[in-house]
Design a protein around this ligand. Structure first.
Ligand code: NAD
Ligand code: SER
Length: 328
């Protein structure tokens, strides 16, 4: 198993914190360098090295890669779908230039592997709504989706032209409790759990029957590491792999929460994020990932709900009425 130095860029974010901790467990604390523009997430403190780093500053990034002897980069710094629509120019700039900086350095320093996530947001209103295939019509309508689609083809280009071993997954909406989400359209499926425990009520910004592809973070972290550990000849898709677990709507997740918090209720007040959600597929066909490198998800909606409520309950140790009636 590799003991190469790994740099995680965007380590203080929703995925970064959990991915960094998982990588440190496998490859050793000192071999995984966490970095971010913002300060170190408290959950990472004391668990391994941290450097403050802006992925847009290519020179400084290059210096760090050489100085620390980095051989693999996991690039997580990005602006997500909902925040991206508020500042399209910034989202485009960070999401594409940040990736190009990493790809150039990977090429120049002959890094052994790079990981960069794409998203279900590459798909647009003309893509199939159900079981959206790996290869299909792709016409994204958000700046986030456009940046991810362009990024996928930059990855493909650097692999074919320069041999950079870059690997990528189109994550669905990720659900987690350790680190706050960064401004996505699927964030409702995280907010709802905390609101249920605190107030027994949640106002959803998506309509009750809006289905989206979703995944629990332990599955996403495992998928990422399994993809990166897979033998090179198993990786047949050099843009990005469709990745799926489950699909549900706000109404369905609310019903699942009600099994643990009987008094929980949900209301609906949609905003600009509804149009983003409506442009994405409701479910994804990830058979390429399952066939090529053996992907299998573990968590269904019932297991996610139980785990999220249990962990958030323990985390906040709240004493509200909703908590009193909460049952695992
Ligand atoms: P996040 O917003 O929670 O974290 C991103 C991190 O990047 C933040 O800590 C931020 O401070 C950092 N960052 C921003 N600009 C930076 C810069 N210039 N230099 C260095 N760091 C910078 O996002 P996330 O949810 O952890 O997403 C990580 C990646 O996964 C992104 O590429 C995102 O598009 C992708 N993704 C996430 C989801 C999801 O549901 N969370 C789904 C699909 C794809
Ligand atoms: N969860 C992400 C978002 O909603 C999907 O990439 O932006």
């Amino acid at each position: 198993m590799t003991k190469e130095k790994i740099l995680v860029i965007g380590a203080s974010g929703q995925i970064g914190v959990e991915l960094t901790l998982a990588l440190r467990k496998i490859y050793g604390e000192q071999n995984v360098i966490a970095s971010d523009l913002r300060e170190q997430n408290p959950l990472l403190q004391g668990s391994g090295p941290y450097v403050s780093l802006d992925v847009m500053n290519k020179e400084m990034l290059h210096v760090q890669v050489i100085r620390q002897g980095v051989k693999q980069i996991y690039l997580l710094a990005a602006i997500l779908s909902a925040t991206g629509e508020k500042n399209p120019a910034l989202a485009w700039h960070l999401n594409t230039q940040g990736l190009l900086n990493v790809l150039d350095i990977a090429k120049e320093e002959k890094l052994s592997k790079v990981y960069w996530p794409s998203s279900i947001a590459v798909f647009g209103p003309t893509s199939p709504k159900r079981s959206c295939p790996q290869k299909t019509i792709i016409e994204p309508t958000t700046v986030y989706g456009i940046s991810k689609y362009a990024g996928e083809f930059w990855c493909n280009y650097y692999f074919n032209k320069y041999g950079v071993d870059i690997r990528s997954l189109r994550y669905p909406g990720l659900i987690s409790y350790k680190s706050a989400p960064g401004g996505g359209t699927t964030d409702y499926a995280i907010e709802i759990f905390q609101a249920a425990l605190e107030h027994s009520h949640y106002t959803s910004f998506l309509e009750k029957n809006t289905y989206l592809p979703m995944m629990y973070i332990p599955d996403a972290i495992r998928a990422t590491i399994e993809l990166m550990e897979a033998p090179k000849d198993k990786i047949r898709e050099r843009t990005s792999y469709n990745l799926a677990a489950i699909s549900f709507s706000p109404e369905e997740i609310a019903a699942e929460i009600r099994k643990h918090i009987p008094g929980f209720n949900i209301s609906y007040k949609t905003d600009y994020r509804q149009a983003i959600a409506d442009s994405w597929p409701q479910s994804i066909d990830d058979s390429a990932a399952r066939n090529d490198w053996g992907w299998q998800h573990e968590y269904d909606l019932s297991a996610i709900t139980k785990d999220m409520l249990g962990n958030l309950h323990a985390k906040f140790e709240m004493q509200t009425e909703a908590q009193a009636s909460y049952q695992i």
